[in-house]
Write a protein that binds this ligand. Structure first.
Ligand code: PMP
Length: 285
């Protein structure tokens, strides 16, 4: 079934949606994006996603083609037109089309593209089983806090993980885990402390990360925002990742090391439950 997508002011069947070959997103990866999840037909944490979108635009001195209100209205319209109950809404802004030149063009019209992807996020076999990750060097650039469409290093890492028979990659720099290929990384130490890397230019400031840390603290967990090594991760009692499209996803194997019992642990499961309950507006149990 063909989706309805949005391109620069128009709702179109996906096969008819087109962008110029001179678009700087295509030529320079000169664009930013956001992925907001949808549960029960409703956007989760969308204001935070739009705030991060504004920050990415600001860091790149990129003009915005629309206000937050206009973007949110298109997101809602796409959810309605595509009858999306569960999945994600993707949005991408690029600097627009201009004759190829490294300098930012003075007069390009920024481009705005949005589409939906239906996906079961809550009822996930991977979340019941837990996933495996392999570590590899983080070869990405030094502004990982900007959510740009320059995702080739992340895509290479994900593919290398799949080729190695794992589900995803954990990226390592100077002996310390930065994050997953498209998610934030966490461990629970043997004495029950939840550890995830502190915010800096070295990682994306995950919206799900912020929500999960808030829920952890509300649930009286001890949280440390600091870098951790692979050895510390191997010895952890639990590990997990977070992102808008996976929520809280347990990690049960890192390289050749089984984590904890090899099954999703109580902290990961509890946080996944708390996150889904909060998303649905249910009180914590
Ligand atoms: N880190 C990276 C590198 C990512 O690509 C993502 C997801 N886009 C995340 C973390 C998680 O961010 P969020 O929770 O906002 O989806």
């Amino acid at each position: 079934m063909s989706r309805t997508v949005y391109v620069n002011g128009e709702y179109l069947p996906e096969a008819q949606a087109k962008i110029s070959i001179f678009d700087r997103g295509f030529l320079f990866a000169d664009g930013i994006y956001e992925v907001s999840s949808v549960l029960d037909g409703k956007l989760l944490d969308n204001a935070a996603h739009l705030a991060r979108m504004r920050r990415s635009l600001r860091e790149l001195e990129m003009p915005s083609p629309a206000t937050d209100e206009q973007i949110a209205a298109v997101q809602q319209e796409l959810i309605a037109r595509n009858d999306l109950h569960e999945g994600v809404v993707y949005l991408q802004i690029t600097r627009g089309a201009a004759d190829r030149d490294f300098a930012y063009p003075a007069d390009a019209q920024p481009s705005l593209v949005m589409f939906t992807q239906a996906r079961a996020i809550v009822d996930s076999p991977a979340a019941r089983r837990g996933i495996s990750v392999v570590s590899m060097q983080d070869i990405r650039w030094q502004r990982r806090d900007i959510k740009t469409v320059g995702l080739l290093a992340a895509s290479m890492a994900k593919q290398a993980a799949l080729n190695a028979g794992a589900d995803d990659a954990w990226l390592v720099e100077d002996g310390l885990v930065t994050e997953g290929s498209s998610n934030n990384a966490y461990i629970v130490t043997a004495d029950g402390v939840l550890v995830t890397r502190h915010l800096s230019n070295e990682i994306l400031h995950g919206i799900t990360r912020a929500a999960v840390l808030r829920l952890s603290r509300e649930d009286n967990m001890t949280v440390e925002e600091r870098a951790f090594s692979l050895d510390e991760a191997y010895a952890a009692s639990e590990a997990f990742i977070t992102s808008a499209s996976t929520f809280v996803m347990p990690v049960v194997k890192i390289d050749d090391q089984v984590i904890g019992t090899g099954e999703p642990g109580p902290v990961s499961q509890r946080l996944r439950e708390l996150y889904v309950d909060a998303a649905r507006g249910d009180p914590p149990t």
